[in-house]
Ligand binder design. Structure first.
Ligand SMILES: Nc1ncnc2c1ncn2[C@@H]1O[C@H](COP(=O)(O)OP(=O)(O)OP(=O)(O)O)[C@@H](O)[C@H]1O
Length: 758
């Protein structure tokens, strides 16, 4: 008798708390929270609060439908850190609502697939002992698949070898063989395997296509893919796509499927623009109600932040299509308000979106979905939403050259931090080479005065074991063309020797290393490369083995932390080798590289990226999902953004395109059930895809700024950032003149530059 009022009080309390929670949401977020069944697409602008909204909506759904461990909400995100983040937010809300934590799970897509595949190994066709292949193992497997394929397909291979013009000359033949074996075919294999597999296509689906191309690229792709699958099985490896395929096979079985489906109340997916067709298929299947056949699925994403489509199969077209389909059913919610940035920054980003679409749209496709970012309403719950700008909020600078650019950035950052020490700043760059340049220059000018953190440094360090392995393999067997090429690539990469066509050098290793008087004379660049290699070979004879790695690290001009990492590596190898021989060292080092079990010195956490009074140097790609008070974007030149697709000169004998890009466009046509483009058309499409993605990347970068967005394009800049010392006049990224015209007050002239407060 007495319990009823207590229950109703608890329920009333909870209802009140739910209403309070709902009132913390802004319009688009509320539509997720109010969802009750069926499909819902949510297209959000940058900074709209996707994850914030999804976490509240998840907690409200769990409360409303009293979900528990046998009937759960499945939340899917793209990365592990995003998963951890949203999980802790949902937990906190459930705690406030005094609800148990069992009503939901948060997974990455692959984690989810793996748990389904593992639940029924006999149906997934995956060996439970199989291990996930590491990137290094993956590239080795690809090399082996290429070798196997060449052996089995002499006719197709011969056609590639002959390329566009071939006079049968022996040196040229050897050069082309090396280019095909070590560059073109591995790159083709890598692209087509991922692209086809994650679109649910099997090798036969590629082979049976009718195309008019001279090399039959799809037939080559099919053969490489088939070899790769065979190798994968033989070695008991699985890759990420295999997990998804395994999960789909498990769910093919009606009773297993309905068991999974009855456990899943609904699926909420974040970053949906980055999902491949196969991943989407898996989520749709899981989200389907076994009785009514209805999909209970919310997909939240921002098609305008799709920045992986040129190197993964995540084509933003799919999410846009999903939005369109849902819109017809009146099931599309738009989150158009964002509180992250000052108004002028939003205006600049919106203008870029409109201008790019106007300039580059083609037939039915445009680089961006036409969705503007609006500031939040006056009563918005976010504290300090759309904050006041710093300086002009949006500024376009024109330094003389790239050195002056970094000097200005440093001075401005120091002045700002002096005034507001709790605020954050970042320099966003397009490539790691640019990041390295900025870090070096900032350190040179302002080392004592500014906390500088370069994110790319850590990635560079993780290459150290692989670089050492390449060099030691060369010292062990210098006459192997593969070893020689790997070592030369490291030297070029590290800018120890000039960039050149390495395939021409390695055709006759002996002649390259020790030219005889009657051999054809070597050009100065080749001589430089040859002398460097022989000096290392001499050192190998003169130095004790235990000093070799440290010596190599010095010759590669490693920086201080890299040297420390190399020393740590040398120590570890010496501890693990039983006998004192190069073979033993190579064995241990190869094991370290393959298993990828070596942490560089000072491994950093992601929370190092955003810190008060620190200037973070980070690529635009890595900056996605993060924000800073002050964002500096230097070097906005046309050769970088939008840039153009690159055809390596060594592979030009195949034609004015690259095989991987042609194959990618052809596979996408198969997926979209369109006619397969010929090579030139496919290349043109690939170019368009790249241009569109570069502008989306610029947009993602611009929308990271809260109070100041500082853009610049120096008059003088290097053509190639691997040689930043060679400066010349550079054309601007085409967005810059358009922005200058639209925002004349943001253009900082030479005279005003001196007045900007440092
Ligand atoms: N309803 C809200 N109330 C208060 N703060 C909010 C709300 N929604 C979002 N925010 C805040 O806005 C900021 C941006 O949110 P969030 O990181 O979730 O955006 P996002 O859409 O994922 O951004 P992006 O896609 O640009 O990376 C965060 O600081 C978040 O706390």
């Amino acid at each position: 008798m007495t319990t009823e009022p207590v229950v109703s009080t608890v329920l009333e309390m909870r209802e009140k708390l739910l209403q309070e929670l709902r009132s913390t949401l802004r319009p688009g977020q509320r539509e997720i929270a109010d969802w009750s069944e069926g499909r819902l697409a949510v297209s959000a602008v940058p900074g709209a609060g996707k994850s914030t909204g999804m976490a509240v909506a998840a907690a409200m759904t769990i409360a409303k439908y009293q979900l528990h461990s046998r009937r759960q909400l499945v939340v899917v995100t793209f990365t592990r850190s995003a998963a951890a983040n949203i999980k802790s937010k949902i937990r906190a809300h459930l705690k406030t609502l005094s609800l148990p934590q069992g009503g939901f799970v948060v997974h990455t897509l692959h984690g989810l697939a793996w748990s389904i595949a593992r639940s029924a190994p006999e149906r997934s066709n995956l060996n439970p002992d199989a291990v996930l292949i590491t990137p290094t193992q993956g590239s080795r497997l690809i090399r082996t698949s290429v070798e196997q394929w060449i052996g089995m397909n002499p006719t197709l291979y011969q056609r590639l070898l002959e390329g566009q013009q071939f006079d049968g000359e022996e040196t040229e033949r050897l050069r082309r063989q090396s280019v095909l074996r070590t560059e073109v075919l591995p790159a083709l294999a890598e692209t087509v395997i991922r692209e086809a597999k994650s679109s649910g296509l099997a090798p036969e689906d590629l082979r049976n296509q009718v195309t008019s191309d001279e090399y039959d690229i799809l037939a080559i792709a099919a053969g490489l893919y088939e070899q790769y699958q065979l190798q994968l099985q033989q070695r008991n490896f699985i890759d990420y796509d295999e997990m998804i395929l395994g999960a789909l096979r498990v769910l093919e079985h009606p009773s297993v499927r309905s068991r999974w489906q009855s456990q899943v109340f609904a699926v909420f997916e974040d970053e949906a623009q980055d999902s491949s067709p196969l991943q989407t298929q898996l989520l749709e299947l899981l989200a389907t109600d076994a009785d009514s056949d209805q999909q209970n699925l919310i997909r939240v994403g921002d098609p305008n932040q799709a920045i992986n489509s040129t190197f993964t199969p995540a084509d933003p077209v799919f999410f846009r299509e999903f939005c369109q389909a849902c819109s017809l059913e009146n099931r599309l919610a738009e989150m158009n308000q964002a509180g992250r940035s000052s108004r002028i920054i939003l205006e600049a980003a919106n203008y870029v979106l409109k201008w790019v679409n106007r300039t580059y749209a083609k037939e039915e496709t445009a680089p961006f979905r036409s969705q503007m970012i609006h500031p939040v309403a006056a009563n918005d719950p976010q504290a300090d939403a759309n904050p006041n700008p710093e300086g002009l909020g949006f500024e376009i600078h024109t330094p003389e050259d790239v050195h002056q650019t970094v000097e200005w950035i440093g001075k401005r950052a120091i002045a700002l931090f002096n005034q507001f020490p709790h605020r954050t700043a970042a320099v966003l760059v397009r490539t790691n080479d640019q990041g390295r340049f900025v870090a070096r220059e900032l350190t040179r000018w302002f080392d004592e005065k500014l906390a500088i953190f370069e994110v790319g440094m850590r990635d560079r360090q993780s290459h150290i074991p692989a670089e050492m392995l390449s060099l030691l393999q060369f010292l062990d067997r210098p006459h192997s063309p593969d070893n020689l090429k790997a070592a030369l690539s490291v030297f070029v990469h590290r800018r120890i020797i000039p960039a050149q066509d390495l395939n021409a050098l390695i055709a006759f290793p002996e002649q390259f290393l020790y030219p005889a008087p009657l051999d054809p004379p070597q050009s100065p660049q080749v001589q430089q490369a040859s002398r460097f290699c022989t000096s290392l070979l001499r050192a190998r004879l003169e130095l004790p083995l235990y000093q070799l790695i440290s010596f190599l690290a010095y010759t590669l001009n490693y920086e201080q932390t890299e040297l420390a990492t190399a020393d740590k590596l040398a120590e570890r190898i010496m501890q693990q080798t039983r006998e004192n021989s190069l073979t033993a060292i190579l064995e241990v080092l190869a094991e370290i590289v393959t298993s990828e079990r070596f942490e560089p010195v000072e491994a950093e956490d992601d929370d190092r990226y955003v810190r008060a009074s620190q200037i973070t140097i980070i690529t635009m790609h890595k900056a996605k999902g993060l924000d800073w008070d002050y964002v500096f974007m230097p070097f906005l030149h046309e050769n970088m953004i939008p840039g153009s697709l690159y055809i390596p000169p060594a592979a030009r004998f195949l034609g004015e395109y690259t095989l991987p890009e042609v194959a990618r466009a052809q596979i996408r046509a198969i997926v979209h059930q369109e006619p397969i483009p010929d090579n030139d058309q496919a290349w043109e499409r690939a170019g368009y895809l790249k241009t569109a993605e570069e502008f989306r990347l610029l947009y993602v970068a611009m929308t990271r700024a809260k109070r100041l967005l500082w853009l610049s394009a120096a008059k003088q800049a290097p053509f190639s950032w691997s040689k930043p010392e060679n400066l010349d006049d550079r054309a601007l990224c085409p967005v810059i003149p358009a922005l200058k015209q639209q925002f004349p007050l943001s253009v900082i002239g030479e005279a005003e530059e001196d007045d900007v407060e440092f």
